[in-house]
Design a protein around this ligand. Structure first.
Ligand SMILES: [Zn+2]
Ligand SMILES: [Zn+2]
Ligand SMILES: [Zn+2]
Length: 157
């Protein structure tokens, strides 16, 4: 673990960004700003993961955001309930939460791998409205339990 140079929170050496504020940790692989080719990204937007340089990053309440104003509102109004490692998993979660009547926003960073050919794993954040977060987490817990029971071989009672 190292300390984030922006917020001081612990960051894994393997991480391409601080999970708390989005800052790119010192010593991590160089990352280019999505809007300004040739400019070093200082952070990734905490909502969509877009790499931003010093010119286009906005810092609000200690966290970095991209140029999309709506992402600041999203960060204030929604909560990340889970991450997922593949578009398939994201779709599955989206489907299950939508069935339960929840509004879901999935931000996939897979797009950015294509654009930037970075080594960042294709992690996506699943966000729901903050007041629905508990309910959504419960649905996901049940979903995980469901999967476990399906995977378990039949045991005699
Ligand atoms: Zn930080
Ligand atoms: Zn963003
Ligand atoms: Zn920029």
């Amino acid at each position: 673990m190292i300390s984030c140079r922006q917020c001081g929170r612990p960051v894994s050496e393997l991480s391409s960004e601080c999970p708390a504020c989005g800052a790119v940790p010192a010593g991590s692989a160089p990352l280019e700003c999505e809007l300004h080719a040739g400019s070093q990204a200082v952070a990734r937007c905490v909502v969509c993961g877009k790499p931003v340089c010093g010119d286009c990053a906005t810092k609000t309440e200690g966290r970095f955001f991209c140029d999309v104003m709506a992402h600041r509102a999203l960060a204030a109004e929604t909560t990340v309930i889970t991450g997922c490692a593949s578009p398939f998993e994201a779709d599955m979660i989206r489907e299950n939460l939508a069935q339960a009547g929840l509004d879901i926003v999935v931000f996939s960073r897979n797009d950015f791998i294509v654009l930037f050919r970075s080594a960042d794993p294709g992690v996506s954040d699943v966000r729901v409205r903050a007041d629905q977060a508990e309910y959504a987490r419960e649905i996901l817990r049940n979903l995980a339990l469901d999967e476990e029971s399906r995977r378990e071989p039949d045991r005699p009672l």
